[in-house]
Design a protein around this ligand. Structure first.
Ligand SMILES: Nc1nc2c(ncn2[C@@H]2O[C@H](COP(=O)(O)OP(=O)(O)OP(=O)(O)O)[C@@H](O)[C@H]2O)c(=O)[nH]1
Ligand SMILES: [Mg+2]
Length: 690
C-alpha cells in the first residue's frame, strides 16, 4: 500500500503528565471512526494505553503509534508519555516526526515537563500546534495559559479558537463550545453524539466584542507574515478563509507562530478543530527541507536526501520494541522505498541487513505490508545488528544520519534472581531490555554476582521490574534504589602514552600525547577530539581516537561510569619502520590509563530540577524542607491561587519525596522532577563509599 506523501501527517502528542494526551488521542480516533466507542484512561480502555502496566496506573509508559484517516489526510500519530522517567520515548518520537500537538491543561498551565518537551521540539525543529485542554475543569483559564506559553516558553502563540465559558457543567457560565476565529462562528458539539455532531451558529451577542478583539489580533499577527493579506487589510477588503489558512500554514511550518486551540478532550468539545489544524497547518513530509546526513566514506562531508520515493532509500531506526514474540524495529523512512525481502546497509555498523518483513503498526496490532515509501513510519521484523538511532540505507547510496541522544541514568538498584537457575535468563532478558530502552542500563558486578540496573527514576525501575515478572516470568530480589554516581577527573593533565615493545620479533613504536580534563556540556557527556595538525598520519590518528572513545565509555578509577570528560590528542611520534596501528592502539590505551591516574577522580551526583505546586499556606514548610535536602531554590511564583517552587535538588535526597510531600501538604501539593545535571558530590558521599 503506497500512500500519497502530500497527504500524510506524522505527528506526536506531547505534554506534561496528565495533561490529557491519551484522552485527546482516543477522541481523535473516535471522530475518525477508527473506534466506535470512546475509551477512557480512567477505566483502562484506550487504544494507545494498551499495556497492562499502563492500564493499572492510568498513565502512558510506551509511546504508541496509530494511523487513521481524517478528511483529506492520513495521520500517523504517536501518543507519548508525560512522566519524565519515560522521556526517551518523547525524545525519539520528536526526532522522527514532522509535527506535534502540545497539550496544556487550562487549569495547571505551562508545567515543568511542558517546558522540557517544548525545548525538545525546538531542538528537532518540529512545527507545532497547542491544545489548551481541560477547559471544563474548575479553575480553567485559557487566557492565562496562553500568556504563559508566550512568557515561559518564549513562543508566539496565536489563538485560533476561543472558549465560551469555563469550568464544569454546574457552574454559572460553564465551558460549552468554542468560537472559530477564522470563520467567526460558534461551534458546539452535541453531547448525545459524543461530540461528533458539530452545530455551527452565530457568535452569541455577549461574546461578540471579545471575538472581534481576538480576530483583530489574529489578523494583525498574520499580516506580519504575508503581503497579500496586509494589502487586503489596508484596503479594507474582505479576507477569504483560504488565504488565512495559507498564511497560518506557512507561518507554522516556518516556526513563526504556534496556532492555539482550546477544548475538553474528555467532554468532546473543540477536538475536531485541532484535527483540522493538523490537516491544514502541519507539514506533510514533503513540505520539509531535505534531511541532512554525512557521507560515511568521507566523514564531515554533508549529503542530503529529498523526501521523495524516487530517491535512494534512507531511514532511521528510532525504536525497538521487544516482547516474548521477538523484536520489532520502528523505522522512519526519509527517502526512497523500502520493500519486504530486500537488503539494506547499516552504514554506522558497516553491516548489510536483511529486511524480511515490513509491518504497519496499530498500537498493539500489526498488519504485514509489502512496501513503504518516503515519509512513512513502519515496523521491520528480522534485523540483526541495528540499534536505536542507527541509519539504514540503500547499499549503493550510503548516507549516515545523526544518532539520537538520550539523557544519562540517575538511579540504580541491585537485583538478583531468586533462583540461581534463572541467572542466565536474567542476563539475556536484561540485554533485550537495554536494546529496547536506551535510558536503561544493566551491569553485572563480578565481586558480588549482583546486577546493577540503572534508569531514569523510581517509577522507571519499578515498571521494568514488573515487566521481568509479568512478561518474562522472572522473579528477582531487589535492593533499595540509590543514586547513579558518575565520575570525572579532578584536574587537567597532559601525558604521553608510549609503546616501545618487541612482540613476536617485531619492534613496535608509537608515542601519543593527550590532554584529559573535566568539561561540562549539556547533552554531550564525553568529547574525544584531536588538535595535532598532521603530527599523526590519519590511520594512526583514527586508531588512537577509537581507543580513547571506547575507554571513555567505560568506568573511571573508582568504578563509576565516566562523564564530563574531554580528551584531546595533542601530538605524537612515529617511527619510519616500527610504527603501525596496533602500536598506536597500545600507546593510546597507555595514555588513557596514565591520564586517569594522574588527574585524580571526582565523584558526581545527579541533580534534579524539581517543581512543587502548593497552596500558599505550605510554602514556608516546603522551602524549609527543600533546604534540608540540600536544595537550591531557584524561584517561587504565583500560578492561579497556587505557589510554584522551582529548585535544584540532589537526587540522593529525593527518594520517597512523594510521600513526604503528601504529608507536608495533606495531599494538596503536587510535584514533578527531571534530571538537570551532574555536580560534585559532597565529602560525606565519598566517605560513605570508601
Ligand atoms: N475534566 C477533564 N479531565 C480530563 C480531560 N482530559 C483528560 N482528563 C483526565 O485527566 C487524566 C489524565 O488524562 P490522560 O489522557 O491519561 O493524560 P496523559 O497526558 O495521556 O497522561 P500521561 O500519558 O500519563 O502523561 C485522566 O483522568 C483523564 O480522564 C479534560 O478535558 N477534562
Ligand atoms: Mg497518556
Amino acid at each position: 500500500m503506497s500512500r500519497d506523501i502530500k497527504k500524510l501527517r506524522n505527528i506526536g502528542i506531547v505534554a506534561h503528565i496528565d495533561a490529557g494526551k491519551t484522552t485527546l488521542t482516543e477522541r481523535m480516533l473516535f471522530y475518525a471512526h477508527f473506534v466506535h466507542r470512546v475509551g477512557s484512561v480512567d477505566e483502562g480502555t484506550t487504544v494507545t494505553d494498551y499495556d497492562p502496566e499502563e492500564q493499572e496506573r492510568g498513565i502512558t509508559i510506551n509511546a504508541a503509534t496509530v494511523t487513521f484517516p481524517w478528511k483529506e489526510i492520513v495521520i500517523n500519530l504517536i501518543d507519548t508519555p508525560g512522566h519524565v522517567d519515560f522521556t526517551a520515548e518523547v525524545e525519539r518520537s520528536l526526532r522522527v516526526l514532522d509535527g506535534a500537538i502540545v497539550v496544556f491543561s487550562a487549569r495547571e498551565g505551562v508545567e515543568a515537563q511542558s517546558e522540557t518537551v517544548w525545548h525538545q521540539a525546538d531542538k528537532y525543529r518540529v512545527p507545532r500546534l497547542a491544545f489548551i485542554n481541560k477547559m471544563d475543569r474548575e479553575g480553567a483559564d485559557f487566557f492565562r495559559t496562553l500568556q504563559e506559553i508566550r512568557e515561559r516558553l518564549g513562543a508566539n502563540p496565536v489563538a485560533l479558537t476561543l472558549p465560551v465559558g469555563a469550568g464544569p457543567a454546574h457552574f454559572n457560565d460553564p465551558f460549552r463550545g468554542v468560537i472559530d476565529l477564522v470563520t467567526m462562528k460558534m461551534l458546539t458539539f452535541t453531547p448525545e453524539s459524543n461530540g461528533s455532531e458539530i452545530i455551527v451558529s452565530e457568535i452569541p451577542h455577549e461574546e461578540c466584542d471579545r471575538a472581534a478583539e481576538w480576530r483583530a489580533r489574529l489578523l494583525d499577527e498574520l499580516s506580519l507574515h504575508d503581503d497579500e493579506l496586509t494589502e487586503k487589510l489596508l484596503a479594507d477588503e474582505p479576507v477569504e478563509e483560504e488565504l488565512l489558512h495559507r498564511v497560518i500554514r506557512r507561518a507554522t511550518i516556518q516556526y513563526r507562530i504556534v496556532p492555539v486551540f482550546c477544548g475538553s478532550a474528555l467532554q468532546g468539545i473543540g477536538v475536531q478543530p485541532v484535527m483540522d489544524g493538523v490537516w491544514r497547518y502541519l507539514p506533510s513530509p514533503q513540505d520539509l527541507p531535505p534531511v541532512e546526513g554525512e557521507d560515511p566514506e568521507h566523514p564531515g562531508k554533508k549529503i542530503y536526501r529529498k523526501p521523495d520515493p524516487k530517491e535512494p532509500f534512507s531511514g532511521l531506526v528510532f525504536k525497538i520494541q521487544v516482547d516474548r514474540h521477538g523484536e520489532l524495529y520502528y523505522v522512519r523512512i526519509y527517502s526512497g522505498q523500502l520493500k519486504a525481502n530486500s537488503r539494506v546497509l547499516n552504514p554506522g555498523k558497516g553491516k548489510k541487513e536483511n529486511v524480511p518483513q515490513l509491518w504497519r503498526v496499530q498500537a498493539d496490532r500489526r498488519e504485514q505490508i509489502p512496501m513503504a515509501e518516503a515519509g512513512d513510519i513502519v515496523g521491520i521484523v528480522g534485523l540483526r545488528y541495528s540499534v536505536t538511532g542507527d541509519t539504514l540505507c540503500d547499499p549503493k547510496h550510503p548516507i549516515l544520519f545523526e544518532p539520537i541522544t538520550f539523557p544519562e541514568t540517575v538511579i540504580s538498584m541491585a537485583i538478583e534472581p531468586e533462583s540461581s537457575a534463572d541467572r542466565k535468563k536474567l542476563t539475556e532478558v536484561l540485554e533485550l531490555m537495554k536494546k529496547q530502552d536506551p535510558t536503561f542500563d544493566a551491569r553485572e558486578l563480578e565481586e558480588t554476582g549482583q546486577t546493577i540496573v540503572s534508569g531514569m527514576g523510581e517509577l522507571h525501575l519499578e515498571v521494568l521490574r514488573h515487566r521481568l515478572e509479568r512478561e518474562f516470568r522472572l522473579n528477582v530480589r531487589v535492593y533499595p534504589p540509590r543514586v547513579s554516581y558518575r565520575e570525572t577527573v579532578e584536574k587537567p593533565v597532559e601525558v604521553t602514552g608510549v609503546c616501545h615493545r618487541n612482540i613476536g620479533g617485531q619492534n613496535l613504536f608509537a608515542e601519543v600525547q593527550i590532554r584529559m580534563e573535566r568539561w561540562e556540556q549539556k547533552g554531550q557527556p564525553i568529547l574525544v577530539t584531536a588538535e595535532c595538525g598532521d603530527a599523526l598520519p590519519p590511520p594512526y590518528l583514527k586508531a588512537v581516537l577509537q581507543v580513547l572513545q571506547e575507554k571513555s565509555q567505560g568506568t573511571g578509577l573508582l568504578g563509576f561510569p565516566l562523564t564530563q570528560l574531554k580528551i584531546t590528542v595533542l601530538g605524537g611520534k612515529t617511527h619510519e619502520t616500527d610504527s603501525n596501528e596496533v602500536a598506536f592502539q597500545i600507546a593510546a590505551a597507555d595514555a588513557f590509563e596514565k591520564a586517569l591516574r594522574e588527574a585524580g577522580s571526582l565523584i558526581l551526583e545527579p541533580i534534579m530540577r524539581l517543581e512543587v505546586i502548593t497552596p500558599e499556606e505550605y510554602l514556608g514548610d516546603f522551602v524549609a524542607d527543600l533546604q534540608r535536602r540540600r536544595g537550591n531554590i531557584e524561584q517561587t511564583f504565583q500560578r492561579g491561587n497556587m505557589r510554584v517552587i522551582e529548585a535544584l535538588v540532589p537526587m540522593a535526597n529525593l527518594f520517597g519525596y512523594s510521600s513526604a510531600m503528601r504529608t507536608l501538604s495533606q495531599g494538596r501539593a503536587s510535584y514533578s522532577m527531571e534530571p538537570h545535571s551532574y555536580a560534585p558530590a559532597p565529602a560525606e558521599v565519598l566517605q560513605g563509599m570508601i
